[in-house]
Design a protein around this ligand. Structure first.
Ligand SMILES: [Zn+2]
Ligand SMILES: [Zn+2]
Length: 308
């Protein structure tokens, strides 16, 4: 039974050029047939396309792949979920070393010292924004070799922004961007953790997937900025949140325009205020960083608040 296969068994199955070739062949055939919607490739079609020594050998290799990476249907072979994931990884050659990048000068402000002008590079194969002033890493994120190959210079920055915005949207819905399992988010007091002393954020979110162990931590203000109400609020003020690098929000923490406070305990309630021009959006969040209500604050209220 394939359900009893261990990860080691599964990877051992792939350590064979013919089997990898079969998987690539099925993917290419699906791509060629995309207009007809036919996703299966027959035994004879595979035999025609793959360089294999006789039908019995092909039959053996297909048998090994079936159940884990391929499914056998009446009309031929198609991918299982694992096969689909694996073949995309192989075709994109995401197992290679990414090419060197940068430094690319980019907009945004250092989370630690507030200086503008960050430099983007790849460091240990991770996208890293380094602050030239304090030399500390201001932001890092995973990039794939395919991403680096397909996008150059500022276009790579845009690709990282798009990828990150997509990941954050999924996380907001409790969906892990890597395995699509469940991701849980909670709010914590950033001043109580060691790194908290070096950043101006008061509260932060911690999101983690118990299945694949993916995790991400963000200032609470930044997490709240992806709420639809904030996306609309900023859009009306000429800012496309989904197309802006998270690091471009850092200066709002340094200049006090974006703030997060705990307004209630037991259960904890937080208020994030995002100010723009003379307007302001308040978002109230529970301890899981879910927005429970929002309010727009007019200029007059702002002046009242400031004079208090
Ligand atoms: Zn700095
Ligand atoms: Zn996951």
């Amino acid at each position: 039974m394939d359900t009893e296969r261990t990860a080691a068994d599964v990877f051992r199955l792939l350590s064979d050029e013919i089997r990898l070739d079969i998987l690539r062949t099925v993917a290419r055939a699906q791509h060629e047939n995309r207009e007809t919607g036919v996703t299966e490739l027959s035994f004879s079609d595979i035999y025609e396309r793959v360089d294999v020594d006789g039908t019995s050998k092909l039959s053996y290799h297909l048998g090994e792949l079936t159940g884990t990476f391929l499914r056998k249907h009446e009309n031929g072979y198609a991918f299982t979920h694992a096969g689909e994931q694996l073949v995309r990884f192989v075709l994109a050659e995401n197992y290679r070393h990414p090419a060197a990048v940068g430094p690319i000068e980019t907009d945004g402000t250092c989370l630690h010292c507030g200086e503008a002008g960050l430099h983007a590079t790849l460091h240990d194969q991770y996208f890293l924004l380094q602050c030239p002033a304090c030399e500390r890493p201001s932001f890092s994120y995973n990039v794939t070799p395919a991403q680096v190959q397909a996008h150059d210079g500022p276009a790579l920055i845009d690709a990282v922004i798009g990828d990150l915005a997509g990941d954050l949207l999924k996380m907001r819905q409790g969906v892990c961007p890597d395995c699509a399992g469940r991701i849980d988010t909670e709010v914590f007091d950033a001043r109580e953790v060691p790194v908290g002393n070096t950043v101006p954020a008061s509260f932060a979110t911690s999101s983690e997937c118990k299945q694949c162990l993916r995790f991400l931590s963000l200032p609470l203000t930044h997490a709240a900025a992806y709420h639809p109400e904030s996306v609309v609020f900023h859009w009306k003020h000429g800012v496309d949140i989904m197309g802006t690098g998270l690091w471009e929000f850092h200066h709002h923490l340094h200049d006090g325009q974006w703030t997060a406070d705990r307004v209630d305990t037991d259960p904890d309630e937080y208020r994030v205020e995002l100010r723009r021009d003379s307007a302001s959006l308040r978002l109230y969040l529970d301890e899981d960083a879910a927005v429970t209500r929002t309010e727009h604050v007019k200029q007059r209220d702002q002046n009242d608040r400031r004079s208090r």
